[in-house]
Design a protein around this ligand. Sequence first.
Ligand code: ADP
Ligand code: MG
Length: 726
Amino acid sequence: MPPKDKSVTTSSKSATSDTPVQFVKGVGPRLGAVFANRGINTVKDLLTFFPRAYEDRTKLLKISEVVQRASEGAKVTVAVQVASIKKIPTRNYGKSILEVRCEDPSGSISLKWFHAPRGMEARFTPGAQVIATGAVKVFMGRPEMVHPEITWGMSEVNVGRVVPVYTELEGVPSRTFRKILWEAIQKYRDTLTEDLPERFRKLHQLPALGQAISAIHFPEDEKDIQGLVDFNTPSHWRLIYEEFLKFEYLILRQRMNMEKASAPAFGTDPGLSALKDLTQSLPFQLTGDQQKAIDEIIKDITQPHPMNRLIQGDVGSGKTAVAFLTAGMVLAEGGQAALMAPTEILAEQHYRNAVKLFGGKLNVLLLVGKTTASEREKIQAKLASGLPLLLIGTHALIEDPVVFKNLVYIMIDEQHRFGVEQRRALRRKGMRVDPRTGKTIHPHALILTATPIPRTLALTAYGDLGVSTIREMPPGRSPIISKVIQGNARGSAYETIRAELRKGHQAYFIYPLVNESEAEGFTSLKSAVVEAETLQHEVFPEFKVGLLHGQMKPDEKSTVMDKFKRNEIQVLVSTTVVEVGVDVPNATIMVIEHSERFGLSQLHQLRGRVGRGSAQSYCFFLSHAKPAEATQLRLDVMEQTNDGFQIAEADLKIRGPGEFLGTRQAGALPFKLADLVRDREWLIKARDDAQTLLREDPDLELPEQLPLRRYFEREGKLQFERLKTS
Ligand code: ADP
Ligand code: MG
């Protein structure tokens, strides 16, 4: 009895998908090292080393047939017999050209190798059967294949099917990988653990894991090579959907947990009546979307659980007003609130706005880098006293000495400009332990962004947040006229600009770089510094031109900004410092130089600096004399639409998620196969199914969900932790 038991254990142990890759037949230590360099360590990793292309070898052709198709240049496969071989020495010492003449009943063909490896010719004995795959050329009236891929004898791996083509790693040919993968699949496909609950697999009619993997490498009946290349077959969907489902489960679970954590409840009286008061005292009426966002916030913070809400809307749509009003509500109930903005210019502007709109009614303070020591002391004393107040500032807010007694509401403007750590730091300022229950109490958090988040990202990277959207712009703003202008056609733009300036309006000129030394190799880029001079002396001598860039000191920047606001400067030449939030309604012209160098969402943000008053505004996107076609198409989007949401979707397609998340965050998206743009349909299905799981079996305890639970226990949640927005 015991011996039998033992043999069972060893054999089942030897074939698991966690087996190190070097034990797969045909791999060994050398290739194992090549794989390890690519992060392929186990059989499971190997099985997801997917082909980069496929070749249709379902049909073996006759020589006469391939000759007819020679002009197409496509790879074909012939089964032939070796007739004779010839070695032609070259002047290159030790090298020779190898020519193997082959035949079939329909004709003859030459297989040729320049620099044939030593000893290669020995395998081509006359009469041998070989299968050759390659492109056919006709050379001096005779058909030939140069450097064909050779298969000896008939092999089900290489012939009579659609065969996979792998990326060559360190000179190891695709053919070798094909053989290794064939072996690995035969041996290990049935050992792969199935994590996906069967009900969802059935629901979406998806194949089992082993079957899917096998069919991606060696398609059985899938003749649709294009589908394979495009990751668009049921086998691919199966893997894509699984990645999405796992991710959505984790992120929605995170949200659920946050919803269970403790926070002080607000949003009853006297807060509600204060909110009403403040709203009525505004010089304008809230838009429907602003009101809706406020209602959503109230609904969140009347719960004893932390709000975690994103509010998105184009520049100027009135997000900050929503933030202020809801802060006023919290203050009226005795809480402290903080609004953090990414730049000093923006923090100051928020502060001035808050004072203008609510001065006397709300206690508003400003804390930025240049705040004096004595002023800081006063602020800190107030924070420590627990006095209800709204503190507006830059990342100065998250420095150590800043201690709130009762921070219950945090707001982060342009959140993508902060790192995860900075956002967490602000949150921590509002976390405390409840002495009665020992539980941690969290602050409510409102995150503001003027870069609309494409839906797919809202479901993934931002999936742990509730989202409020402001689409409706405050009334009385006329749509901006946008024009893409190439190369030397800028003269006409200058005419429009001059006419606007004469009417008393103002203009922005935006440059990608401060000076040319910042980007060697892009010397054709005009620097803001040089251009400011040119514009002042040669183009608009009768107006005052000012300069603003990131390398200036904060107080120099504010001085220039103040002058622009007071219309002492009519033309503001700037790098992208003005991108964020600046509000000068009298500015009606935006000129963006080298607009091809910006992302669409960024261009849209820049454009949002104008069109803030009732006067007609213009935006000129200047680009190279002859932009590449793709660039032209991209810029055309800007001409065609003012809708930030459409632009965000287009931008995601063109530049990927990095544009929205920052590259580090985007790199943390744990998708190997899935693509947010291409596979969005599957993402939405996965999100719905993850919701079902969390509703019906949140801890994955039912037998059919156990494998998924085991997966999470095994793999941990590292990837995911890096991605959390809080
Ligand atoms: P955002 O933060 O979305 O860029 P703001 O809240 O700063 O927008 O609003 C931009 C400008 O519009 C501010 O001057 C603000 O006072 C004003 N504003 C906000 N809401 C309205 C509204 N409903 N009607 C008219 N003006 C508004
Ligand atoms: Mg804003």
